[in-house]
Design a protein around this ligand. Structure first.
Ligand SMILES: [Zn+2]
Ligand SMILES: [Zn+2]
Length: 290
């Protein structure tokens, strides 16, 4: 039997500053029945449902780092997963993250909802919401942190450079039909270059730092740009790593016109990448077939 394709869908391409049509950070990687979500920014539950993968269809949710634009939708995903148990019982939601900040966030996220949980348990929900939290020590080198029950899909992680935010990681998903790397938030760094070696799709955050250097000088944006991935340097990384398809997300600044979208691709080309580039929109999907 031919193994199913590996399908990457962006569930959100936005950043903390809201922009029309762009939900918060998130990417979904599917291979047959295995559905892995990376991050859960604002609107993730809605986008997942639009993509045909409501929270109960998820095999696991992976967290890249503690910034709110990557986590603010996590309780929504988990609470919705719980509420949907009224219709169909599934295993507890698996959440996979580095030990420390994200672990604590996942453990505490239900606390403010305690009164709501109590009310729902009185009339409809017999059980408390449950998560299956799996943590790993922050990996300085690429390390396997998750494996599907059937052993066909693995996820590796490596620590990246998003300082002053600590404990940020990137992930690499390997299925029988594709390899997908998710950068999370990071400056362009050797760790992601190594992790992306020969991958089919690199989902990378993108910030037009070089192009807008003069425009942001002396503003808060200069500081923000310093810990995000410059699109021009990213073009060089993708070329050196032999990336099959570069899928840009977490777009800074959020493009509102075709011309502004094209500018992201232009930066990447200037950096030297010659392969296919997609400037992501919410629900942009790339299918890998081997
Ligand atoms: Zn961040
Ligand atoms: Zn972010």
């Amino acid at each position: 039997m031919t193994p199913p394709p590996t399908i990457v869908t962006l569930t959100g391409t936005g950043v903390p500053h809201p922009a029309p049509g762009r939900a918060g950070a998130g990417a979904l990687v599917r291979h047959g029945d295995i559905a892995l979500q990376f991050d859960a920014g604002r609107g993730t539950t809605l986008r997942l449902t639009e993509a045909g993968a409501p929270p109960t269809a998820l095999t696991a949710v992976f967290l890249t780092h503690i910034h709110s634009d990557h986590l603010v939708g996590l309780a929504d995903v988990a609470m919705t997963h719980w509420i949907l148990q009224q219709i169909r019982r599934t295993a507890p939601l698996q959440i996979v993250c580095a030990e420390g900040l994200c672990e604590r966030f996942a453990k505490e996220m239900f606390t403010p909802y305690a009164p709501d949980i109590a009310v729902r348990m009185e009339h409809l929900q017999p059980e408390l919401p449950r998560i299956d939290l799996r943590t790993f020590p922050l990996p300085a080198q690429p390390t396997t942190v998750w494996r599907s029950d059937d052993g066909t899909v693995t996820v590796d992680a490596v620590a990246v450079h998003h300082e002053p935010v600590e404990e940020a990681v990137a992930f690499r998903v390997t299925t029988p039909t594709g390899v997908v790397v998710i950068s999370g938030d990071t400056r362009v760094c050797d760790e992601v270059e190594q992790l992306s070696d020969g991958c089919d799709v690199l989902v990378h955050e993108a910030c037009r730092a070089t192009a807008l250097r003069d425009a942001v000088k002396g503003t808060n944006f200069e500081k923000i740009f310093s810990y995000h991935a410059d699109t021009t340097a990213l073009g060089g990384l993708a070329q050196r790593a032999g990336v099959g398809h570069l899928l840009l997300t977490h777009l800074i600044p959020a493009p509102g016109t075709a011309e502004q979208e094209a500018a992201f691709e232009r930066d990447v080309r200037e950096g030297g990448y010659t392969g296919p580039v997609t400037v992501g929109r919410d629900l942009t999907t790339v299918t890998i077939e081997r």
